[in-house]
Design a protein around this ligand. Structure first.
Ligand code: PHE
Length: 349
């Protein structure tokens, strides 16, 4: 019996040392320690032994059993550690590896300028007003001193939807809307930024573009003057495109202002020396402006004897072109990601 037990111990030790995986380990566990194992059978058959031999054999069987248990436990621990090490190796995160860059969108250059214009004028006490893009002939033209058949309507090639409705050709329509909406006829200080539409399409014009409109009306005794208009536009241009640009007021014609001016700024490209961009004049045309025409005041409920004011308007796209040196206005509308990504948070840093 003793020999048999010793053999079993040696056999088990050898087998355990050869285990290759958890499955083999489980099999050996069953084989040597399970209910049907030889050791269990031996313990069961102790009763058949003599009184002298029984405790000796009994303790030997238990010793061997414990030894096998220990060996198996050791092997199990080893396999578990190995498995964990493998898992850690496989799932290792290299914190020094370069990360994948998350692409963030950026503001469109036009929206950037619109926000800047609004911030500037709000800081000067203006309201920001909006108006419809699908406009009536009445607000786009008639209330701005441009009756039907007026030759100046040809200045703005329009997209008519019906005889009465058109896509607004200018944000000046919002001047009339603001005056009419202002029922108590109190003073007005407003700007409006928004999309406008005309039938043109070349490098410096697009059929859709953006304008900003400004309107200031106050009591006559406060004497809103051309000097105020000039000062306002100087601040506007200096803040938006360049602090050292000069402004030049050139007499012009708009039906809704009298007197009217076209306002030029020093060519940003050649600093006024003369270059192909400014056609060697040193100036670039930027704004339309003037004192609100008495007819416009009257038609929109303001007594020209009691009130006066100024108005101005300009293309936001032109401002964007000047500020960012963009040569073709159509780039602003084709949504080419290669163009747009150049403005990634550029002036936010
Ligand atoms: N609405 C004019 C244009 O689109 C610009 C302008 C606005 C001129 C306000 C004078 C006063 O050309």
């Amino acid at each position: 019996m003793k020999e048999k037990i010793e053999n079993l111990r040696n056999e088990a030790k050898e087998k355990i040392s050869e285990i290759k995986n958890m499955q083999e380990l489980q099999d050996l566990k069953v084989k040597y320690l399970g209910k049907k194992s030889e050791l269990t059978a031996m313990l069961k058959s102790l009763g058949t032994l003599g009184a002298e031999e029984r405790p000796k054999v009994g303790s030997l069987v238990n010793d061997v059993r414990r030894e096998i248990e220990n060996k198996l436990e050791e092997a199990e621990k080893h396999f578990k550690e190995q498995a964990l090490a493998q898992k850690l190796e496989k799932e290792k995160i290299d914190i020094t590896a370069p990360s994948t860059k998350i692409k963030r969108g950026s503001k469109h250059p036009i929206n950037r300028i619109i926000e800047d214009i609004q911030d500037l004028f709000v800081s000067m006490g203006y309201d920001v007003v909006a108006g419809p893009e699908l406009e009536t002939d009445e607000y786009c033209f008639e209330r701005l001193n441009l009756p039907k058949g007026h030759p100046a309507r040809d200045m703005q090639d329009s997209f008519y939807i019906t005889n009465e409705y058109l896509l607004r050709t200018q944000t000046s329509s919002v001047q009339a809307r603001t005056m009419i909406a202002n029922e108590d006829k109190s003073p007005i200080r407003m700007i409006c930024t928004g999309k406008t539409y005309r039938r043109e399409d070349d490098a410096t014009h697009s059929h859709q573009f953006n304008q900003v409109e400004g309107l200031v009306i106050d009591k006559k005794e406060l004497n809103v003057s051309l000097a105020d208009l000039k000062g306002t536009l100087e601040v506007f241009v200096h803040k938006m495109i360049g602090a050292n640009l000069d402004l030049r007021f050139r007499p012009s014609y708009f039906p809704f202002t009298e007197p009217s001016y076209e306002v030029d700024v020093t060519c940003f490209k050649c600093q006024g020396k003369g270059c192909p961009l400014c056609k060697k004049t040193g100036w670039i045309e930027l704004l339309g402006a003037g004192m609100v025409h008495p007819n416009v005041l009257k038609m929109n409920g303001y007594d020209p004897e009691k009130y006066s004011g100024f108005a101005f308007g300009t293309g936001i796209d032109r401002l964007a072109m000047f500020r960012y040196g963009i040569t073709d206005m159509r780039y602003l509308y084709t949504n080419d990601i290669r163009f747009l990504s150049q403005f990634d948070r550029k002036d936010e840093e």
